[in-house]
Design a protein around this ligand. Structure first.
Ligand code: FCB
Length: 441
């Protein structure tokens, strides 16, 4: 670690993030409907070890304790997601008052603790009833999503200022509908591209609905970024890295910020390209108040192939390379190439095989180094002129890591799933210090 300390602006927002299906549990409590992740995780061989989100961190019942933990860490903001099937069990129609009440209480408790709520409307848990009607492959789902957004903003918009529509639409579309590793578990590349388009259209109509209800709200979207970096400046490597950017990051950034799909990537998709209605691109490119960036790692290409493992590099328990400098390069690239609104890092973190030590604590020095090094790079990017307003560590708690189940631990706080005991890890204590001092050393 360097000896120089890097101070952040006074109004820089420090937070941590979670998602509904990953922590709430209580999958059928108080009228909650079934989501695609309930169906998927209950299907044999889809999730490691047969794990499901049925109980998870039982946050639905332990939310008071969890808010107290956040307060203890000194969090200034909390990014969580709202479970659509908890508030509208079939995705459309009948509203579940008990579900709304849960988020209402959570928001009040956060505000009382001085923590700014940062809800995401969709973190991958589509109501199963909508999946049965075609899921994100059906254009009607966009309208139901806008209705749901409107419902939430009417209920919480008097107290919640920051909203995001989608978390990582790339993952929903391509891991859910093309690779089949996430719910709904389909493997259809052409459909996945149409789904990606519908997610963007749904974002656009939801932003309109939210602004129609309250034009003062700060609306954004959260994108995953995973830069592919060339190992050499050979034409082949540069071209491959650029094509990967256009196909993945550009596929969402360009429509949202420039109003069109990246032309080369669109052409490369040929007859699989999505069908686009006349007003769609304008609808998608609604002005954004902020953009959320999730960053974990990068790929390296050499001689036309992804290098793996990168010689000398460190890898996390996910098999993801630890490489903080690419984070700064990514942020600077966004600023240089796109008309971006203010940025928030909405997720950044690492999974390591944490254990409770005989002293009763969880010592996770590698996570501290990971977070430290990424915060340094984020701060340096700010010196480069990137308008970064806040940072959310992934994750507040160890939780259900999708197809990996409970095998991967990302938390600042350790969760003993048998007892639901929470133990603040060393990284959690360290992060609390960073927040208190508003600087990294
Ligand atoms: C992101 C997801 C988040 C979590 C992290 C590790 O892609 O948004 O829910 O699973 O990865």
């Amino acid at each position: 670690m360097s000896t120089r300390s890097l101070t952040f602006p006074l109004d820089f927002l420090w937070g941590a993030a979670t998602a509904a299906y990953q922590i709430e549990g209580a999958w059928d409590a108080d009228g909650r409907g079934e989501s695609i992740w309930d169906r998927f995780s209950h299907t044999p061989d889809k999730v490691e070890n047969g794990d499901t989100g049925d109980v998870a961190c039982d946050h639905y019942h332990l939310w008071r304790e969890d808010v107290a933990l956040m307060q203890r860490l000194g969090l200034q903001a909390y990014r969580f997601s709202i479970s659509w099937p908890r508030v509208i069990p079939a995705g459309r129609g009948v509203i579940n008052q008990a579900g709304l009440d849960f988020y209402d209480r959570l928001v009040d408790a956060l505000l009382e603790a001085g923590i700014q709520p940062f809800p995401t409307l969709y973190h991958w848990d589509l109501p199963q009833a909508l999946q049965d009607a075609g899921g994100w492959g059906a254009r009607d789902t966009c309208g139901y999503f806008a209705d749901y957004a409107d419902l939430m903003v009417r209920r919480l918009g008097d107290r919640v200022r920051f909203w995001s529509t989608f978390n990582e639409p790339w993952v929903s579309a391509f891991v859910g509908y093309r690779d089949g590793r996430h719910a709904p578990g389909l493997q259809d590349g052409k459909l996945a591209l149409q789904v990606a388009h519908h997610l963007l259209v749904a974002h656009g109509v939801a932003v309109q609905a939210i602004r129609a209800t309250d034009s003062q709200l700060q609306v954004g979207i959260v994108l995953n970024t995973w830069p592919v970096e060339p190992a050499t400046d050979l034409e082949q490597d540069l071209a491959l890295a650029e094509a990967a950017w256009q196909e993945n990051e550009g596929w969402f950034l360009d429509p949202l910020l420039r109003g069109n799909y990246p032309p080369a990537a669109l052409e490369a998709h040929g007859s699989s390209a999505p069908s686009v209605q006349p007003q769609d691109m304008a609808l998608i490119a609604q002005p954004l108040d902020w953009l959320g960036i999730n960053y974990y790692s990068r790929y390296v290409v050499q001689k036309g192939e992804i290098v793996g493992p990168v010689p000398g590099a460190e890898y996390t328990d996910m098999g993801w390379e630890v490489h903080a400098p690419a984070f700064r390069r990514l942020l600077v690239r966004l600023k240089q190439e796109y008309p971006i609104p203010p940025l928030y890092i909405t997720e950044n973190g690492a999974a390591f095989p944490d254990r409770v030590s005989p002293d009763g604590r969880v010592h996770d020095p590698r996570r501290i180094v990971y977070l430290h090094d990424h915060l340094v790079q984020a701060r340096l990017a700010m010196d480069d002129g990137v308008d970064l307003r806040g940072y959310f560590a992934w994750s507040l708690l160890d939780n259900f890591e999708w197809a990996y189940g409970y095998a991967k631990r990302f938390g600042l706080v350790y969760v003993d799933y048998a007892t639901q005991q929470r133990i603040v890890k060393d990284s959690g204590e360290w992060y609390a210090q960073v927040i208190a001092r508003n600087e990294v050393e």
